[in-house]
Design a protein around this ligand. Structure first.
Ligand SMILES: NC(=O)c1ccc[n+]([C@@H]2O[C@H](COP(=O)([O-])OP(=O)(O)OC[C@H]3O[C@@H](n4cnc5c(N)ncnc54)[C@H](O)[C@@H]3O)[C@@H](O)[C@H]2O)c1
Length: 254
């Protein structure tokens, strides 16, 4: 799918992998809207790329519908949607005293990472279906973000793994269902990337994480995530696929 003047929406675009996606898409000529809870950072990134910041909670139906409508008003119906908003709090199923994890802690992660991804997918699909198809019959491309924790969840990642496993499972299903409208759906499953969350960790923790990576033995650069977003938009036959972007890492139990 083409980039020039195509309206793109990036959730979680105020930081990390989402921000890198915003910058990649803007550099390729898209009109980008950032949907994020973080207003200060969102406005800063939007200003840099001459884009739009829209305050949005991906887990709320009303909030996502309103943000898409606001973006449509300024940029036109969305042709590219990248889902990067996510949270990753760790909590064990049983704590040290044998007390079970509060159910709310599980639900919160599912609400943002899984329900939020579907929420954006469903509203993006409606927007994309209204667009004129290109010569290949294509109207839109959706990119979701899972994690390698969908496959090798570590101790403390019950909710996170389940949420990302749901995103993985939804990928082929939604690509099949939206084929009729000419909408492709792909997912990136990142390993370990140097985002603000990681950069805040002590150097020795970063080094020990990097040492577990087969090759290259360094954390991924968010720009490399942006490169995969670009390929998923550009390559018309890439559809219904989950791509691990992980330096061949297979996570250990802890
Ligand atoms: N960084 C990594 O190594 C890594 C690895 C695997 C998967 N991921 C996934 O990639 C995605 C991006 O991660 P990141 O490292 O860039 O994180 P990040 O914390 O730097 O960025 C996440 C962004 O999402 C926003 N956000 C959170 N909840 C939201 C909500 N309810 N509505 C709207 N926006 C919300 C935050 O404000 C933030 O700007 C997440 O889904 C994460 O699970 C990251």
């Amino acid at each position: 799918m083409e980039f020039t003047n195509v309206p793109a929406i990036v959730t979680g675009g105020a930081s990390g992998l989402g921000e890198a996606s915003v910058r990649t898409l803007a550099a390729k000529g898209c009109k980008v809207a950032i949907l994020d809870l973080n207003e200060d950072a969102g406005r800063r990134v939007a200003e840099d790329v001459n884009g739009l910041y829209l305050h949005c909670d991906v887990s709320s139906a009303d909030s996502v519908e309103a943000a898409f409508a606001a973006s449509r008003e300024v940029h036109g119906a969305c042709g590219i949607a990248v889902n990067c908003a996510g949270i990753a709090p760790a909590k064990k199923i049983l704590d040290r005293d044998g007390k079970p994890m509060p159910l709310d802690a599980f639900s919160q992660v599912i609400n943002v990472n899984l329900i939020g991804s579907f929420n954006v997918l469903r509203v993006a699909a409606a927007d994309m279906a209204s667009r004129e198809a290109n010569s290949d019959g294509e109207r839109g491309a959706v990119i979701m973000t899972a994690s390698i924790a969908a496959y090798e969840g570590q101790i403390g990642q019950a909710a996170y793994s389940a949420s990302k496993g749901g995103v993985v499972a939804m990928t082929l299903q939604s690509a099949r269902e939206l084929a009729r409208q000419g909408i492709r759906v792909n997912t990136i499953a990142p390993g370990i990337f140097m985002t603000p969350m990681m950069a805040a960790m002590p150097q020795e923790v970063q080094d020990s994480l990097a040492a577990t990576l087969p090759f290259p033995q360094r954390l991924g650069d968010p720009k490399e995530f942006g490169l995969m977003v670009q390929q998923m938009v550009e390559n018309p036959v890439l559809n219904g696929e989950v791509v691990r972007l992980d330096c061949a890492l297979r996570m250990a139990p802890r």
